[in-house]
Structures are given as C-alpha cells and as structure tokens.
Design a protein around this ligand. Structure first.
Ligand SMILES: [Zn+2]
Length: 133
C-alpha cells in the first residue's frame, strides 16, 4: 500500500479527520490529479455493493452528502449521470474543478467503504487495507 492509499483508507476509517486527510492528499508535493482520481475511482467501484449499475442506496447516500455546494459542477455531474458516465465526465473537466472532484470522490469512498465495513466485512474480511492500525 502506498502512503497515499494508506491516507485514503485512514480517512475512510475515521483514523484521520476528513479535512486534515484531504489537505494531506492535495498538498502533497507529488500530488497528481489523474493518479489520485484513478485510485479513488477503483476504490469506489470496488466498495459499491451493486455492480450492475452501481446506483445503490449507499452510493446515492454518498453523493447526496458530499460536503461541497450542490451547485458545483462535479456534484451536479455525479447527481445527474449514471456512475460510469459521471466518472468519465469528471476526468474531462477543466483543471480548476480538480480539487472539488477529489474532495467529492474521497467523500464517496468514505461513505461507501464505511457501509461495506459495517455490512459484508462485519464478521471479518480479507481486505488487508481494512486491517490498518
Ligand atoms: Zn473488508
């Protein structure tokens, strides 16, 4: 697990405060939007329970509680397009939207991963990143 992945999982598991962790990721000198975006996207798609359309109740709850103004472009896109299309659109937004996109995705992962840990992982799982201290 890279240090970035460790930070992301610690944020999801409330071992690092959301805002503090987000700052760590965005202010990292090796910050790279596409790299971080891909990591978060893979984590989210893995954590969402329904793989046929990804439009589960948990996913809806996650995108409806993102701590950003609902009028921000990345939020509007997430709410108006199906998951895969929305993620493709997020990648093509102007650079000025990148940090909002990372904030939104980090939140969506936190919520969907927490739901998964509380349900299918509840009695133990083989996800090594769920065992971090
Ligand atoms: Zn697990």
């Amino acid at each position: 697990m890279t240090s970035k992945e460790e930070i992301i999982n610690k944020i999801a598991q409330d071992k690092i405060d959301f805002k503090t962790g987000l700052k760590l990721l965005l202010e990292d000198e090796e910050y790279n939007f596409e790299g971080l975006f891909t990591t978060l996207k893979n984590y989210i798609f893995n954590a969402i329970p329904n793989k046929t359309d990804y439009n589960s109740e948990t996913y809806q709850k996650a995108i409806n509680t993102i701590p950003l103004k609902p009028t921000y472009t990345p939020i509007v896109i997430l709410k108006n397009y199906s998951t895969r299309i929305a993620f493709n659109k997020l990648l093509t937004l102007p650079k000025i939207e990148n940090k909002k996109t990372i904030t939104a995705l980090l939140w969506v992962f936190k919520i969907t991963d927490t739901e998964r840990r509380n349900t299918e992982c509840k009695n133990g799982c083989a996800h090594f990143w769920h065992q971090i201290e």
